[in-house]
Design a protein around this ligand. Structure first.
Ligand code: ADP
Length: 387
């Protein structure tokens, strides 16, 4: 065994590159950072320059890409289609297959691929692994993954439910099992990942059986700026009657909807502040958000049959006390009993916020997608090296 125990996690998005260097022996982060506003005038011109900046920042701290301690690079990848259902060692063929998936994620996959290509140029000899946001959801049964449209048309255009935030749902469901002192196989968990983007997942014995995002991250819960579920005929109506173009409808549903569309603010802190001042519009936005959340909670309760825990994560889930309170109010008959005092406690640690007698545990588990990517990357590289 070598003493290469560090993984560099790269998240190459359309306008930013985030990185974390993670020491796998203890989970510590010797370095982390962010290059923003890629492509904007006066800022970083392109992804090549951004990755060079990351490499320079690391080198300046004696942690350069040539460090013998670096075991691998783990790349966050958004859409793996039906092809990538596990962490994948990156080869030319894998990059080509990711290119073929661009139509499914035109906003995200090109930037992911660019980041991968540049990182491979910088360190061609180092194992690099792609960890897909869709992969954890590949275990969904066909009954949950298929839309009820003509099968031939669906298959021809790869129209099915893929789900996103998979790395987070996987990490949080496992940490929740740990918090209960049980193995992931022994517990059923509903994970509520509530960030700017938001999704729910039903996880049975460590395997995802349903999730709220679909072909794209637009389906499901009310989000910061995205609508979540709606009657698909609304799109036809807006086009036929309103004369909106396809691009205008795309912008409306992805950027001018959700909390922002309902009340002008997409930040839950601002919304709760406005509610405290008696703002009716903010109140209604909050109520619509919570109503949708409760519908998914009830739906996934029935999908799972037995629920051991509900886990809240991401910016809203980890911090918004009133959202957790409203989401679970009055569900004592379902065995869900929130401890109102524990719910108020601020902490960055995974914790239980249900009463000791609550049949369903309620947990707050801060997500750590970078650590999950690093662990999956490191695990795969170790398996390959010892094979
Ligand atoms: P992203 O999807 O961009 O990764 P995050 O998981 O970081 O998002 O969540 C960002 C959102 O979390 C913010 O838009 C805000 O609504 C919410 N948020 C962050 N901190 C708090 C807080 N202290 N109280 C309530 N909401 C918060």
């Amino acid at each position: 065994m070598t003493d290469a125990t560090r993984v560099l996690v790269l998240n190459s998005g359309s306008s930013s590159v985030k990185y974390q260097l993670i020491e796998m022996t203890d989970g510590s982060r010797p370095a982390s950072g962010l290059v923003e506003r890629i492509g904007e005038p006066g800022d970083c011109p392109d992804h090549t320059a951004a990755l060079d900046l990351v490499a320079d920042e690391l080198a300046a701290r004696g942690l350069g890409l040539d460090s013998p301690q670096l075991a691998a690079i783990g790349h966050r990848a958004v859409h793996g289609g039906t092809r990538f259902t596990a962490p994948t060692l990156i080869t030319d063929q894998v990059v080509q297959a990711m290119r073929e998936l661009i139509p499914l994620a035109p906003l995200h996959n090109p930037a992911n691929i660019t980041g991968i290509e540049i990182a491979r140029k910088l360190r061609p000899d180092l194992p690099q692994v792609a960890v897909f946001d869709t992969a954890f959801h590949a275990t969904m049964p066909e009954s949950a993954a298929r839309y009820a449209i003509d099968t031939a048309t669906a298959d021809r255009y790869s129209v099915r439910r893929y789900g996103f935030h998979g790395t987070s749902h996987q990490y949080v469901s496992r940490r929740t099992a740990e918090l209960l002192g049980k193995s992931p196989e022994a517990v059923n968990v509903i994970v509520l990942h509530l960030g700017n983007g938001a999704s729910a997942a039903a996880v049975a014995g460590g395997r995802c059986v349903d999730t709220s995002m679909g072909l794209t991250p637009l389906e499901g819960l009310v989000m910061g700026t995205r609508s979540g579920d709606l009657d698909p005929a609304i799109l036809l109506h807006l086009h036929r009657v309103g004369g909106l173009s396809v691009d205008e409808i795309d912008t409306l549903l992805n950027r001018r909807s959700g909390l922002a569309g309902l009340c002008g603010d997409n930040d839950m802190r601002e919304i709760t502040r406005r509610i405290a001042e008696g703002d009716e519009q903010a109140r209604l936005a909050f109520d619509i958000y919570v109503h949708r959340l409760r519908k998914y909670l009830g739906g996934y309760y029935a999908v799972l049959g037995r629920v051991d825990a509900i886990a809240f994560t991401a910016g809203v889930g980890e911090n918004a006390v009133p959202v957790r309170e409203a989401a679970l109010a009055g569900l004592e008959d379902l065995g869900i009993d929130l401890d109102h005092a524990l719910n108020q406690v601020r902490s960055t640690e995974p914790r239980l916020i249900s009463t000791p007698t609550s049949r369903v545990a309620v947990a707050v588990v801060p997500t750590d997608e970078e650590l999950e990517i690093a662990q999956q990357t490191f695990g795969l590289v170790r398996r390959i090296q010892s094979a």
